[in-house]
Ligand binder design. Structure first.
Ligand code: AMP
Length: 453
């Protein structure tokens, strides 16, 4: 299912935390902060310590299971286990089982993995455990995070930050999120209010903070780069390089890098930014194929909308995402569906961030049944229980097909994907099938879906 090959790391770099025992380093960075940054010095012992009833592992009994790794087997600190129990995770996902034993020891890691594999928890658990094992009791500046996570889209950053909040909820660690399209001043206020341990950010907004001296990365111990291939596609690599340069050098930090694909460019970046990383590879089609019933309907371009409408009105569709390749197509579909009494939301680059967030929330809460989205916006959708993914057009990049259909059939559930292939896009099936390593059966849509009523 996945392959791995392990690299060695020197003893010194296997504990990459550059600052925790090293007061002089912390203070030199702090001095630079005092010159340039608007951060203020504060004691990291957070004032509020809630009095929660004591939790013990007895409240989280998980039997051993052959072929599965329990979180219990990884010797994680209790607050971490408590959060994992609250999230209802029982066994490690394959990528977690493969990567955590090494990253918890401080090794760098490079993972080829899509969303849906549990990679976010893999890097967050690594980071949080490290922070818990190496508390800093000296005074620190507020805007000097110890962990920085960068991801290409706002939705993804929001999802990662939410996961980080969930996983740190029984600790004193503090997470902040920096994304563009929303109020800078508000984000700045939050960054300055508390000692920030983990910052999750899009590269652009992070650089805004760095340039204005509102955030210092000189004390970063763990750097996570998520969806590196997407960063490349979106032209963010120069910004990512600046972020990497602002962090301590690679032998003084732990670097975790994830990418859904490994092109030559991505491999080059991993070589520049990591030292002898553990490499984990998940098969790209693993996420999708197992639990998703993939259908391809051959439909004339002029009939596509009719078929889509009838599918969405059918009883077995409880919640669906409709993907289109371009923003204008997404808007057209959104307008047309709303006119036909199918209430839907839209996620695309042209929608303001606040609106995207509220739409996603309404969809998650079940207040709207249908979401139309472009690929970039669709990467932020991490919702279990989506019954259908519909490809209004086939994507030009076959990886996007795998990614799209992976929005359904998550967390052990089954889902259905329906691709509407017409004369304009059916030729793309060949590349998709090559990537999946299987042939997709093309069929005529059932007659009731052709109905014009
Ligand atoms: P990701 O690949 O990080 O997008 O995670 C996909 C989904 O899997 C998220 O909804 C996570 O909450 C969930 N998840 C992550 N790890 C586990 C696990 N060990 N057991 C069950 N669900 C998990």
């Amino acid at each position: 299912m996945f392959s791995k090959w392990f690299g060695n790391k020197s003893a010194s770099s296997s504990t990459p935390n550059n600052s925790k025992a090293d007061g002089s380093k912390a203070s030199s960075s702090a001095a630079s902060a005092s010159k340039k940054s608007s951060a203020k010095k504060t004691n990291p012992k957070r004032a509020k310590k809630s009095k929660k009833p004591v939790w013990s592992l007895d409240q989280f009994p998980i039997p051993e299971k052959e072929g599965s790794t329990r979180f219990h087997d990884l010797d994680l600190p209790l607050p971490m286990m408590h959060a994992i129990a609250d999230l209802g995770f029982e066994y490690c996902s394959p990528i977690q089982a493969a990567v955590l034993p090494h990253t918890l020891d401080g090794l760098d890691a490079v993972g080829k993995a899509q969303t849906g594999t549990g990679k976010t928890a893999a890097f967050l658990i690594t980071a949080i455990c490290d922070l818990l094992a190496n508390p800093i009791s000296d005074e620190r500046y507020t805007a000097e995070p110890r962990v920085v996570v960068i991801a290409p889209t706002r939705e993804l950053v929001m999802q990662i930050a939410k996961d980080a909040e969930d996983l740190t909820k029984h600790t004193d660690l503090h997470v902040e999120m920096l994304i563009g399209g929303v109020d800078y001043a508000g984000q700045l206020k939050r960054v300055q209010r508390n000692v920030v341990d983990i910052v999750v950010a899009t590269p652009g907004r992070l650089i805004d903070f760095m340039t204005r001296g509102d955030l210092q990365l000189g004390l970063v111990e763990i750097m996570v780069i998520d969806e590196a291939d997407r960063m490349l596609d979106m032209g963010f690599i120069p910004q990512v390089r600046r972020v990497v340069r602002a962090c301590p050098p690679k032998d003084q930090r732990q670097t975790l890098l994830f990418s859904a694909t490994f092109t030559e460019d991505v491999i080059r970046l991993t070589e520049q930014w990591t030292i002898d990383p553990v490499r984990i590879e998940m098969e790209p089609d693993r996420v999708a194929a197992d639990t998703v019933d993939q259908k391809v309907y051959m439909v004339g371009a002029k009939d596509k909308f009719q078929v889509l409408k009838n599918i969405l009105k059918s009883d077995n569709v409880s919640s669906a995402i409709v993907f289109a390749n371009r923003r204008d197509q997404t808007r057209w579909l959104f307008d047309k569906l709303n006119k036909t009494s199918i209430t839907c939301g839209m996620l695309s680059g042209e929608v303001a961030q606040q609106k995207r967030t509220s739409t996603l929330k309404r969809f998650k809460d079940g207040n709207i049944k249908v979401l139309v989205a472009t690929d970039v916006a669709g990467r932020g959708i991490h919702i279990n229980g989506i019954s259908h993914v519909i490809n209004y057009n086939l994507p030009e990049d076959p990886e996007d097909y795998v990614h799209r259909i992976g929005r359904t059939g998550r967390a052990g559930e089954t889902g259905t994907s329906i691709s509407l292939a017409c004369e304009d896009d059916a030729f793309m099936l060949l590349d998709i099938e090559a990537l999946l390593g299987e042939k997709l059966a093309c069929e005529q849509p059932p007659l009731e879906y052709m109905d014009e009523s």
